[in-house]
Design a protein around this ligand. Structure first.
Ligand SMILES: [Zn+2]
Length: 869
């Protein structure tokens, strides 16, 4: 009987095991799901398919959990897959808490940290496809997930996943993945196959979506910041990209010089270790053309992976050689430059040339991703403990000073903007304190309510890099030769960009400080309902946003011609006087609250010199060459709820019967920074270095505003319109109008003058309309920017007013500047009057990547130019 029962048990177990595959759904391969192999020539999965595939795996396996981590700008769900063992999956909160404890580090002894490192799991984040045309990684992610959950890896998958929690984001820009796939499929098998889109692959930022990782303007970066600095806190992070087609097949770290000085040396060792292991595994498997130590620097550019360095997370970048989206390319060996044809220590196995396909990229990316997962497993305890050690060292180092803290005084030129800066810092994981009592630091007295960022904190490298001035090393191509340009920014100092006063305090000080959970936003002071008029100070960017909304409601508004200095009431020149009305009373409290703004009531405005302000119809030009600066300008306008119309080339052209009349429809036309050739002809001039990269577009997207558009613009200004040109777009005015100004930096040799994206000092005339609300001196972002010399106009049609200029010397504030004498005492912003209208030449990047809030007013004033001036 006993034997019979045992036999029955054995039999049922046997039946169960046989049927197991039928009871549990098998994991669907990407190939079975998509109907083609991942990376097959000319085949792409769009975002809907990628999402659906990950959801399917989530249903089919307990080793993967798909989370929605936010929403894209165009309202698509952003997904992240968590991949690990079933056992770990049941305890994710425990492991997340361990990494949090290791980061907090303050009250954790090295012994306890060691124990936690043993107990914990290393969290490894893989982000893909932030740049939408660099599309291979979004496809690869599906196969990587499948391999990990089915155990198809070069290592014992279960053993590895027992120690590693993989966070896999198939695309950090879902909108762009969809756009690029749609565009690619639309033009498949035409001569435009694999060509560029006429618009940005991120609604606002395009390629700059990977320059937003400290500013968090975009909903995608905000969602990822929450994952990285608040919810999961990974120890290792790789961001997978693609680069040009004719160099190395793959770049992986080590990076090249220079490094950001505030980064912990152990961090670079971790980066180099992971990079070397990836290169080793790739080489072992016969992948050629892998390079390190070239092109990509350790200087921060506000990108995804390199923001990780500043948070003590091993941040890695992979850059694969591109194909034409999903179309294979052939690279003739003679087309490979000698630096990528000959063997070097940093490039020991050159790729010989030949066909290059999407699947090649997928194969390299699968191999390097799996290699990194293996490295995270091998160094699990080390990576967790050393994450603690770097955070702990940051805390200890910060106590010693040099610097000890940064103080953001309560008294600010533009207080609401300073609160916005603090919110941004906090989202990036920075600890902020507020003083409960007055205190002295660096021999200066600060009132209670001032904010303090102590350097003694886990993310000291990040806080310090954002708040201090950058000194970019003077690197030359050879001794005495031209400068070695940085990859992108040389300087980025956030308080300078945002026009926020922030003092660097070198030595320790005593103060009664309270750590903040969130930045306190004071309640708005709303003027009494009986006030006849309401004043909004032009110093605050937020005042402009409120004024635009009130103008939409039909409010009657004036701008003061000078400063108001009357009893209790003080306001800068160009401040706004709003006539009170039932509509104003209805809208104002909500607006003031939204913008952290206070307003004052006033009864009598008779003796205040003022001009009336009308609701200007604003238009912004958008070329078909996906101009990022146009995107950021649009972002600023949307962010401030400023209504505007987008103009395309056709809007500058009339019909056979009727010439175009721009003034009939618009009062202000803005051209974001873009080359005058692109604006006028839609393509670079043949002698431009960009000419070889020009790709032909479908006919409806070819061309520019043409001569007809330029003539229409001239008429627009003659009739009283305001033409605002930003940075490079000023070139259109120099070329096409007889404006009494020219750019002195044009065609100046780099050895004589060089200023790669840096912050410079400007003197501002703040009692002239375009300078209203600005301080007398301001930092301004210079990036391929202008220095103008103006002169007495020969024609009575013209006049000019220099609004802002570079001082005589000490022009550099943060970054790198060679040859300051070239721009010394030259104009940066000019208001040129032409007949009835104005051309506002803003020769600096006044809204750079929607970061430089401190100079927004140059543009905002052009949009709110008072009437009778
Ligand atoms: Zn990229």
């Amino acid at each position: 009987m006993k034997n019979y029962t045992n036999l029955k048990r054995v039999l049922s177990l046997f039946v169960f095991l046989i049927c197991l595959p039928l009871l549990l759904p098998a994991q669907t391969s990407p190939e079975a799901f998509l109907g083609h192999k991942v990376g097959a020539d000319r085949k792409l999965a769009d975002y809907n398919q990628i999402q659906a595939y990950f959801q399917k795996l989530d249903q089919e396996s307990d080793k993967i959990k798909v989370l929605t981590i936010g929403q894209s700008t165009l309202k698509k769900p952003m997904i992240m897959a968590v991949i690990t063992t079933e056992e770990n999956m049941a305890q994710l909160d425990t492991y997340k808490n361990i990494t949090k404890k290791l980061r907090e580090a303050r009250d954790l002894s090295p012994e306890d940290a060691k124990k936690l490192a043993e107990e914990g799991k290393v969290i490894l984040l893989i982000t893909c496809n932030i740049h939408s045309t660099e599309i291979a990684s979004s496809q690869m992610a599906m196969e990587l997930a499948y391999k990990l959950i089915t155990g198809d890896t070069p290592f014992d998958t279960n053993k590895v996943l027992k120690d590693v929690i993989v966070l896999l984001v198939p695309t950090t820009n879902p909108d762009g993945e969809q756009m690029v796939t749609d565009w690619y499929q639309k033009y498949l098998e035409t001569k435009y196959e694999g060509g560029r889109m006429p618009w940005l692959y991120h609604h606002y930022a395009g390629h700059d979506d990977n320059r937003d990782w400290f500013m968090f303007n975009l909903s995608e970066t905000r969602a990822m910041a929450k994952v990285i600095y608040h919810d999961w806190i990974p120890q290792v992070h790789i961001d997978e990209h693609q680069m040009g087609s004719t160099g190395a097949r793959l770049f992986i770290p080590p990076f090249m010089d220079p490094p950001v000085p505030s980064i912990h040396p152990l961090l670079w060792r971790g980066v180099n270790l992971c990079g070397a292991n990836m290169a080793y595994d790739l080489q072992k498997n016969g992948f050629s053309g892998v390079v390190h130590g070239r092109s990509f620097t350790g200087w921060w550019i506000g990108a995804c992976d390199d923001t990780s360095w500043l948070h003590n997370t091993i941040g890695l970048l992979s850059e694969m050689a591109s194909v034409k989206v999903a179309t294979p390319i052939y690279v003739d060996p003679t087309e490979l430059p000698s630096s990528y044809y000959e063997k070097r220590i940093d490039f020991p196995d050159p790729w010989p040339g030949g066909w290059w396909k999407l699947r090649d990229i997928v194969d390299y990316e699968l191999t390097l991703s799996l290699s990194l997962i293996k490295t995270a497993y091998i160094y699990k305890n080390d990576f967790l403990y050393n994450f603690y050690k770097m955070c702990r060292d940051s805390i200890d180092e910060g106590k010693k000073g040099k610097p000890y803290a940064f103080v953001i005084p309560k008294k600010q030129w533009d207080y609401p903007t300073s609160l916005r800066m603090l919110d941004i810092l906090m989202l990036g994981g920075v600890e902020i304190h507020q003083a409960k009592e007055d205190f002295t630091a660096g021999e200066k007295l600060y009132p209670a309510g001032s904010f303090v960022v102590l350097m003694s904190q886990p993310y000291k490298p990040y806080a310090q890099a954002l708040l201090e001035k950058q000194v970019y090393p003077d690197m030359r191509q050879y001794p005495g030769g031209p400068p070695e340009p940085p990859y992108d920014n040389a300087g980025w100092t956030l308080p300078l960009q945002m026009g926020v006063t922030c003092d660097r305090i070198k030595t320790p000080f005593e103060a009664k400080l309270e750590r903040l959970d969130k930045v306190p936003h004071p309640e708005a002071i709303i003027p009494s309902e009986s006030s006849s008029y309401i004043i909004l100070d032009s110093r605050h960017n937020a005042s402009f946003a409120v004024v635009f909304s009130l103008l939409e409601d039909g409010a009657e508004i004036f701008r003061t011609k000078g400063c108001i200095n009357k009893d209790e009431l003080k306001a800068a020149a160009g401040s706004f006087i709003i006539k009170n009305s039932p509509q104003v009373q209805k809208a104002l409290p909500g607006l003031l609250e939204k913008w952290d703004l206070s307003a004052r009531g006033v009864e009598d405005i008779e003796d205040i010199p003022k001009s009336s302000l009308k609701k200007h119809r604003v238009a912004l030009y958008q070329s078909w060459r996906s101009n990022m600066d146009e995107g950021w300008t649009r972002y600023v306008l949307d962010d401030m709820s400023i209504p505007f119309t987008t103009l395309h080339n056709k809007d500058f052209k009339g019909t056979k019967k009727k010439k175009v009349n721009l003034k009939e429809k618009y009062d202000v036309i803005v051209f974001a920074s873009e080359s005058p050739e692109i604006i006028k002809q839609g393509k670079p001039s043949p002698d431009s270095p960009y000419a070889q990269y020009y790709t032909e577009m479908p006919p409806e997207y070819e061309g520019g505003i043409d001569k007809e558009g330029v003539d229409a613009l001239k008429e627009f200004v003659e009739q009283g319109g305001i033409l605002a040109t930003l940075n490079e777009a000023c070139g259109l005015v120099f070329k096409e109008f007889k404006v009494p100004a020219r750019n002195v930096t044009e065609k100046v040799n780099r050895t004589k003058f060089f200023c790669p994206t840096s912050l410079l000092r400007l003197s501002v005339d703040n009692v002239t309309p375009i300078g209203y609300g600005m301080p007398e001196e301001t930092p301004a972002m210079f990036s391929d920017s202008l220095a103008m010399s103006t002169w007495v106009p020969q024609s009575g049609d013209w006049d000019r007013k220099v609004v802002a200029s570079y001082p005589k010397d000490n022009i550099l504030l943060s970054g790198w500047l060679l040859g300051e004498d070239v721009i010394s005492r030259k104009a940066a912003v000019v208001d040129a009057k032409y007949k009835k209208g104005h051309i506002v030449l803003i020769g600096i990047c006044c809204q750079h990547r929607a970061q430089s809030h401190g100079t927004y007013k140059f543009l905002l004033n052009a949009l709110l130019y008072p009437e009778d001036i």
